[in-house]
Design a protein around this ligand. Structure first.
Ligand SMILES: [Zn+2]
Length: 319
């Protein structure tokens, strides 16, 4: 049992609170030792038993990744505001060292699957009032994590409500065939699956965004939704993985989530676009795609999306 289980009662409560669809599957966390996350499932529905299975390894990954990316975003914003000519954030505080340890834990999970929680590193659990900065980020991560999971769960509920199960079964069949028979699905096979996945995403966005009109709460919910999208981008082992067979390309999923969220305030919009840019920048950098032809003053986020499109299109020629 890993520490993420401490949060599951809270996740269950939040899911019940926002899910007014009448479709009420039970949540089951399962251990899945030994399969790299990039090849494993994250969540899946069993319509017969009315259950949604959640991979414990994925839940650990999502919490750890959310902590890392939230700390990195907040601290680099703060640092760059005080040091406008600086290029990157020095990772020298205890908080940033903890965040880096969790980032490396995430990488182990993506490549090797289940990994024990790193020693001497913060882990998911409940606090009362945070008493220091690290605890503050832990508490915020708990909130973002449960929103991210709520989004992913409502995506699965969306599949049930929108009666996608025959398409989802077909997807499972194709996945098995690709894995065991080196099968190449046709566009005709994939189109209904990609369209069902987009519809399920839209269903989940609508549920989460209808919860409030307040930009502050929306920003928090948006961050949770974006954490789920960014975390799934970083589940990819190489740039080739950007071209998902069953979903729209990962960066477009993130872009789409930003468009759907449609924050009203300029400050909130900027904050969120910066988070998305920073995540794409890290992702490209981690995969050896250095941004050499970027001109200072250019719209950073637009530039990154163009770069991701080029990657996506290039892969399209070979995939
Ligand atoms: Zn789906």
């Amino acid at each position: 049992m890993t520490p993420i289980r401490y949060l599951m009662d809270h996740v269950d409560e939040k899911f019940k609170c926002i899910n007014k669809t009448g479709v009420t599957p039970a949540l089951c966390v399962c251990e899945d030792i030994g399969i790299p996350l990039s090849d494993s499932f994250t969540l899946k529905v069993n319509i017969t038993s009315n259950e949604i299975f959640l991979s414990e390894t994925f839940l650990n990954y999502l919490w750890a990744f959310t902590f890392f990316s939230f700390v990195y975003q907040e601290k680099s914003n703060e640092y760059l505001l005080g040091n406008p000519t600086a290029i990157c954030l020095p990772m020298d505080s205890e908080l940033l060292k903890q965040a880096l340890r969790l980032k490396s834990f995430c990488k182990d999970i993506v490549y090797h699957g289940f990994t024990a929680w790193p020693k001497d590193t913060i882990f998911p659990h409940f606090h009362g009032e945070p008493s220091d900065e690290i605890e503050y980020f832990e508490v915020r991560t708990n909130g973002l994590f449960s929103t991210a999971i709520a989004f992913l769960l409502m995506h699965e509920v969306g599949h049930i409500v929108l009666k996608h199960m025959p398409i989802c079964d077909k997807k499972t069949d194709i996945e098995k065939k690709i894995k065991y028979e080196a099968y190449k699905p046709s566009d005709g096979d994939l189109e209904p699956i990609i369209s069902a996945e987009s519809d399920a995403d839209n269903f989940a966005f609508d549920v989460l965004l209808k919860l409030t009109d307040s930009d502050d709460i929306k920003l928090n919910n948006s961050y949770g939704v974006a954490s789920a999208c960014v975390a799934s981008l970083f589940c990819i082992k190489t740039l080739w993985g950007v071209k998902s067979k069953f979903h729209q390309a990962s960066h477009n999923r993130l872009l789409h989530s930003i468009q759907k969220i449609n924050l009203l305030g300029v400050k909130e919009k900027k904050y969120f676009a910066h988070y998305a840019s920073q995540s794409l920048m890290l992702f490209l950098d981690q995969n050896g795609k250095y941004l050499t032809n970027y001109d200072a003053g250019q719209d950073e986020y637009g530039f990154l999306l163009d770069t991701m499109d080029q990657v996506d299109n290039a892969i399209g020629h070979f995939a």
